[in-house]
Design a protein around this ligand. Structure first.
Ligand code: ZN
Length: 435
């Protein structure tokens, strides 16, 4: 309604203007050279208006003609961008579907159409990696590093590649560059921590450790690697506080305490860890330097006194008693260990030794020894260091598993067989029963 009203007013104004012009009196005479043109005012006005209109149309056409190449270029660019976007989408779909050949082709097409954008370079790299063309991925990542807005993505890709091929020196350099490109990135921190573990840089691994990291293992390893005694003592104490059940942490701390002259404190640390989780290495440390065999048995008693019922305590007391010539006590402790559930080779070998000590070179003694050795052959293997992650056994403790690389997974583990064997009586049974 408003538009109709507007046009009615416009029409009325035009009619009014035309009527006004038509009613103007007078004529205009123009003389150019020998030609004289005379016309009335309304005709002149009409001619002027017509001339303005023609000029306007001509100028508009000229402008359109001049703008034509630019418009054509813009249209072509738009078409390229649309085709490039479509190729990017097809590359993404192919990647998701695992069609690496198509992904590579479409990524290359997208890059050709859209140029080296962060998106096309990432797509090219990803497709190249999936297709096993590491060189293509490397080249795309390197191009990315040159872009100030996406350098982090490039370094991230190159770092991942370096870690995959276990080139730790190159990875360390790239991690620093990634950190510079995007300071404080959580991902870089995690990768640097992983890198530190892989390269055995325990101090850095500990510094970068998050809440879930095995700090006790890392701190114990860092303490072992630390040259400065004061710092080493601090790290070892941290390790032991983090996990007092971890024998290597207790040993690292106790060793540093012993070196600094705090022998009593060292023994307390070892005793406390023994009470929580007995380990032969702790006993070896506690008894080190004691040469008198009876004194060793007494030291073992002091170490195990708060956890006497544990088979490991029983075994320790049995072996030190035997060494001190206390065969009765040795037998009593060995039997107690067996009753507490220990059925390991080392216990049966110890029992064989006890039989040898007690029975001597008699027929009964030899028979009892043979029986114990037969048990030893069928017994559980002795405990050892096993990775909880890959279940590979190691001769010594490692802060990170040499097999799978996981940190803090190597633990002192009983090798008890899956199906528990019935406990067999030792010695004094009639001959033939165990054949
Ligand atoms: Zn492992």
């Amino acid at each position: 309604m408003e538009r109709v009203l507007f046009w009615l007013i416009v029409a009325a104004l035009v009619i009014l203007f035309s009527w006004f012009v038509a009613s103007l009196p007078g004529t205009v005479t123009a003389t150019v050279g020998y030609t004289t043109v005379t016309m009335s005012v309304p005709v002149l006005v009409a001619c002027v208006l017509l001339a303005l209109f023609v000029l306007y149309v001509l100028l508009t056409l000229l402008g359109a003609l001049l703008r034509l190449p630019r418009r054509l270029r813009a249209r072509r660019a738009l078409a390229r961008r649309r085709a490039g976007d479509a190729a990017s989408t097809r590359a993404l779909v192919a990647l998701a579907a695992g069609e690496v050949g198509d992904a590579r082709r479409e990524a290359a097409r997208a890059r050709r159409l859209l140029g080296d954008t962060a998106q096309t370079l990432l797509l090219t790299a990803e497709a190249g990696e999936r297709a096993g063309r590491a060189d293509e991925a490397t080249s795309a990542f390197e191009t990315l590093t040159a872009r100030s807005d996406a350098a982090f993505l490039g370094y991230r890709g190159l770092l991942r590649q370096a870690m995959d091929r276990q080139d730790w020196a190159e990875a360390a350099v790239l991690a620093r560059q990634a950190e510079q490109a995007h300071p404080g990135a959580v991902w870089v921190r995690g990768e640097r921590a992983r890198l530190a573990v892989r390269t055995g840089n325990w101090t850095e691994a500990l510094a970068l450790a998050d809440a879930d990291a095995p700090k006790a293992a890392l701190a114990a390893a860092a303490a072992e690697a630390e040259a400065d005694p004061a710092r080493a003592l601090k790290l070892a104490k941290q390790a032991w506080k983090e996990d007092p059940t971890l024998a290597p942490a207790a040993l690292a701390y106790a060793r540093r305490l012993r070196e600094s002259g705090a022998e009593k404190r060292a023994q307390t640390v070892i005793r406390q860890t023994w009470t929580l989780a007995p380990n032969p290495a702790l006993a070896e440390f506690a008894l080190a330097g004691i040469t008198d065999k009876l004194a060793r048995a007494q030291a073992a008693q002091r170490l195990a006194q708060e956890h006497l019922e544990h088979p490991e305590s029983r075994f320790l007391l049995a072996s030190t008693a035997l060494a001190a010539g206390l065969t009765g006590e040795a037998r009593r402790q060995a039997e107690a260990a067996r009753e507490a559930g220990m059925n390991e080779r080392r216990l049966w070998l110890l029992l064989a030794e006890i039989e040898e000590e007690e029975g001597g070179d008699t027929e009964a003694g030899r028979r009892a020894q043979r029986d114990a050795l037969r048990h030893a052959a069928a017994a559980d293997p002795d405990p050892g260091w096993v990775c909880e992650n890959c279940h590979v056994a190691h001769a010594t403790w490692h802060p990170a598993c040499p097999n799978c690389g996981a940190a803090g997974t190597v633990r002192w583990t009983s090798m008890r067989q899956q199906t528990p064997q019935p406990l067999l009586p030792i010695a004094h049974e009639p001959p033939g029963e165990l054949v």
